[in-house]
Every structure is written in C-alpha cells, then in structure tokens.
Design a protein around this ligand. Sequence first.
Ligand SMILES: *Cc1c(COP(=O)(O)O)cnc(C)c1O
Length: 353
Amino acid sequence: MNKTFDLQTLVRTNIRDLKPYRSARDDFDSGILLDANENSYGAPYANDLELHRYPMPYQEALRAKIADYRGIDASEVFVGVGSDEAIDLLFRIFCTPRKDRILINPPTYGMYKVSANINDVAIDEVLLTEDFQLQTEKILEAVTPNTKIIFICSPNNPTANDIAIPDIQFILESFDGIVVVDEAYIDFSQQGSLATELKNYPNLVVLQTLSKAFGLAGIRLGVALANTEIIAYMMKVKAPYNVNKLTSKAALQAFDALDSVQEHIISIIDDRQRIMSSLASMKGVLKVYPSNANFFIFKVNDALNVYQKLADKGVIIRYRGNEPLCDNCLRLTIGTENENNAFLKALTEVLEE
Ligand SMILES: *Cc1c(COP(=O)(O)O)cnc(C)c1O
C-alpha cells in the first residue's frame, strides 16, 4: 500500500481544470439524430455498423468485456488507439514539458523514450541488472522531485523476461508518482497480471494490448487499467472518438473467441521452447536468454552480419545489439511452425558459412 501518493497534486493543473469536449452523443444517442453533422444518407457502401454515425465516445461495451476478462471494474479500464495512445496520454496528463521527468530501465521498449521526446519531457535511465531485473535502490536514488512516471515493462521487450513482482511492488510502495507496468506480453507469461492489485496501488497503471497474444495488431486497440480517478483523467483528455467502430467490433469478437486466443498462445509457447533448445545446441549461438513472451533474444558473434544474411535469405528478425546489455543480440519473434523451421534452416546455413 502506498499511503503518501496524492493524485491531484501529480496531475498538471491545466488538465485538472480542463473542461472536456462535449460531443453530441454525450447529450442524446437515439431519436432523429440531426445534431452531429453526420451524413444521414449513410456510408457509400452497405455495412451493418452504421458507419455514418460517430462511435460511442466511452466504449462501454468493450470496456465491460475487458473488465470482466481481467476481473476488475469497467471504470478501471481505458481503451485507446494502441498502447501508444495510452502512453502519450499519460505524458500529457502528468508531465509538464521541459520541467518534469520520467524514468526508464533500459534495455526496454523504445516507445517510452519517443513519447517523452515528443512531449519534451526529460528521461532518466537506470539500467536493468545483468539478468534484466530492476535495480530498485538505484531507481529510488535516481528519482527527483520532478519525476512523475516510472516505466516498467514486464515481460520486458526486448529481453523477454518477467520482472520480479516484489521489486515492482517495492517501487509502487516507495515512489509517489505513477508507476506504469507495461504488460503487452502478459498472456504469454505464467506470472499473473498486476491488474488484480489496482485496489492496493492508486499509483499503478497497467498497459495491455490486443496486438500480441490476441493477434489483432492491425486493429490498434490498447488498454490501460488503473484506478477510477486516473482512468477518468484519461477519458477526459483523449480524443472524443478515439476508438472507431470497426476496431471495437473486432475487439469484442476477440473476447468471444478466447479459446482460439488460448490455443495460439499454447502453440507459440510450445514452439518457442523447441526453437530455444535447437538454438542452445547450435554451433555459433553463444547464449539463448530465457523468455516469458512470444519472442526471445540470443547472442551470436557478429550479430549485425548474421541479421543481414538472414534478411538476404528472406528471414527477417530484429537486431538488438545496439541496446545496453544486449551486445551482439538478435531478437526472434515466434511465428508459425513453418516460419520457425525456415528460420532455423536459414540460421544454420548462415552460421555454417
Ligand atoms: C508491442 C508492444 C506494445 C504494443 O503497442 P500497441 O500500440 O498496443 O500495438 C506495447 N508495449 C510493448 C512493450 C510492446 O512490445
């Protein structure tokens, strides 16, 4: 439990005082709707989604589905255009440009830094340990009175490991700003979601997405889970119609196909184990790092060259050797069995050349 956290002093004053845009649908959503300058003749082609009408501003149905799935309240759920929108909104709600700071733990997801740069917010960095865990004491030492957000990614991208829950809880209890725990890969992990702890941590924001385990990167649906007051700020600052009707329909359908989501997760994890064991015994692979996600990193000599030669053979993986602690590391996303076999074959050839 964090007893000294005070949300109202943390929020930027312009956001605290903001009167949100009031859309036509806030007033009425049925009747003869001649209030929103829509085109009552309809879309130029047949569809069953009433695409000529604006979408619901607050996405009640989808948020209720997600809340149900995660065992929380719908008022603790924000949906946006990918996690990227949630990240950007958190900057705009909590960080005054050129004054406030955030803290990240490299090597980690690149978007925190990009979003900080876009919002002109300074970044402090505390590296992960050699086994990619948090340096909790160093993080607290690096916190300044202007540090508003600490970003923690678990399972972490690009290293693929879970971050130890007690370490995250220690940060949540000791830091009076917002702690964002990015759980983009949580459904591949055995470690449960921190979303179940929302009631204990008023400063916790959990990010999730339909882009990975749910296989819907194309619809751009990201989720933030946090206490009701933080979610209310996110709803107030977001663009009025951020999630479109095509996306919310596709997202709702996914929650009616959870068996299939689960089957894909199991297949991906099974094949990940197979590929990781193959690599572990492959000549030229120096190290395979453990994974709790749908990807993993491994180390080879001259990784950039291996990456390029794989690309020449049509197999595209990610070079991560420029990241701290990831010298000569490549990151492989687990694909279908056939794709994975094509990768194994190509890598064997490249390493034998
Ligand atoms: C892929 C990924 C996301 C997903 O972002 P979306 O905008 O929801 O697609 C978020 N965080 C991390 C760490 C990721 O790797």
